[in-house]
Design a binder for this molecule. Sequence first.
Ligand code: FAD
Ligand code: AMP
Length: 446
Amino acid sequence: MSDSFDVIVIGGGPAGYPAAIRAGQNKLSVACIDEWKNPDGICAFGGTCLNAGCIPSKALLESTELYHRAHEEFAAHGIKAPDVTMDVGQMQKRKAGIVKTMTQGILALFKAAGVTPLQGHGKLLSGHRVEFVAHDGTRRELTAKNIILASGSAPVELRSAPFQSPQIVDSWGALEFPSVPKRLGVIGAGVIGLELGSVWRRLGSEVVMLEALPDFLAVADGQVGKEALRHFKKLGMDIRLGAKVTGAKVAGEAVDVTYTDVKGEQKLTVDRLVVAIGRRPYTKDLLGPETGVELDERGFIKVDHQCKTGAEGIWAVGDCVRGPMLAHKGKEEGAMVADLIAGNFAEVNYKTVPSVVYTAPEIAWVGLTEEQVKAQGKAYKVGVFPFLASGRARRLFHHTSAVAGRSRPHRRPHGGRSARRRHEPRGRGPYQGWAGGGVREGGPRD
Ligand code: FAD
Ligand code: AMP
C-alpha cells in the first residue's frame, strides 16, 4: 500500500468521513485515519455522532416517543392498548443495530469512493507528514499534499462532579443505561441534556435538570424557550434554572448533589447523574512539533472562513474548530475543503446552519434570534404562526399550541419606512386571532 496520498484526513466523524468521500469522488487519492473504539473493542468509523451522539440519541428518542404517545395519546385516537410496556434491553438492542449498520455503511461508502480506511491514531508532523499508529501498534509514516484535521470533541467534565461510572456519567453513558433510573439528575439544560432528560422521563424517571443560567434555552428565541419550557414541565421534567452545581459525590448506589440557587445552597439525591454541560475540542496527541498549526485560547484549532489553518495545505473542520458543534456543520466544512483542494469553488454559509432539539415537539431555529437582532439595534418584524392553526400539526399532536414560525429581520428600502406587506395592518397578521399569532415589529422606531 502506498504511503503517499493527495489527501489524508485525521478523524472519521461526520466532518472527516464526508471530507474523505468527497476527496475520493474528486478523483484524489485519500486515506482516512480514525481511532474510535467502542467499549466492546470494535473499531468503527463515524465518530461521536454515529457511535455515541446524534444517531443513538435519535434512536432512543424515537422509541421512547412511541412509548410515551401510546400511554398519553392513543386513547384520544380510540386506540386501546392498556398493556403497553417497555423492554429497555430490546430498545437498546435496536439502537445498537442502527449504529452498527450506519458505521459499517461508511466502510462501504469509502470503498465506492476509493478511500483507504486506516484504523488507529494519526499525528500531524511537520513537512506534510503524518505518523500513523495502527491499533496493533504498527507504525507508518505517511505523506500528503493536503491534510485535513477532523479530530472532533469530547464531553466537558465538571471538576466538582467528576465522572464516576455507573453513577455519574457523560452523554454517552446516559445513552447506555440498561434500565430506567428511578431518580435522574441532569446537569445542563442544553440541547443534549434536554434530549437525554426527555428519553428517560418518557420511560418514567423522575428527572431533575439543573441549569446554571437563569433563562431556559437561551440559544433560541425567548418566546420559543418559554413555550418549550412549558412543554418540558408538562412532560414532568423538574427544571431548576439558576441552579449551579457545586459538588456531586457517589454515596453507595446513589449520588448526592449540591447546588446553589437564589435561595442559597441546595441538596439533591439521585440514582444516576448525567453531566451535559457542553463539549470541548479534542486534539490530544494530534499535533507534533513545528507543524505551524495553532490552537486558540479555548483549545480550538485556528482556521479562517475556508477552514485553512496557518500552515499551508493543512485544514481543520468540524467540532475541533470554531462555530456550532453540529454534525451537519462539520459535514459542510469537510465537503467544502475537499472541493477547495480539488480546485473547485466551495463555501459554507455559516448564517444558515440550523439548530434542532429533537424532542417532542421538535424545536428548530436558524439565523439570529429576536434577542440578538434587538441587541444589534436593527429594525425587525416578528411573524408568529401557532401550530394550533395548522391542521397538519393538530393531526400530529394531541396537545398543540406551540409557536411554528418566528422572527425575521427586515430591510427598509432606501433607509425609509418599514417594508411592511400592504395587506398586513400594523401589528396584525392573518393569524392574529389565534393565541400567540400575528405580526409585530421591533427595533428602533422611525
Ligand atoms: P467527532 O464526531 O467527534 O469525530 C472525530 C473522530 O476523530 C472520532 O472518531 C475520534 O476518535 C477521531 N480522532 C480524534 N483524534 C484522532 C487522532 N489523533 N487520530 C485518529 N482519530 C482521531 N449534532 C447534530 O448535528 N445533530 C444531532 O442530533 C446531534 N446530537 C448529538 C447527541 C449527543 C448525545 C452528542 C454527544 C452530540 C450530538 N451532536 C449532534 C453533535 C455531533 O455529534 C458532533 O457535532 C459531531 O460528531 C462532530 O463531528 P466531528 O467529525 O467534528 O467529530
Ligand atoms: P450546551 O452548551 O448546549 O451543551 O449546554 C450546556 C449547559 O450546561 C449550558 O446551558 C450551561 O449553562 C450549563 N452548565 C454549565 N455548567 C453548569 C453547572 N455547574 N451547573 C449547572 N449547569 C451548568
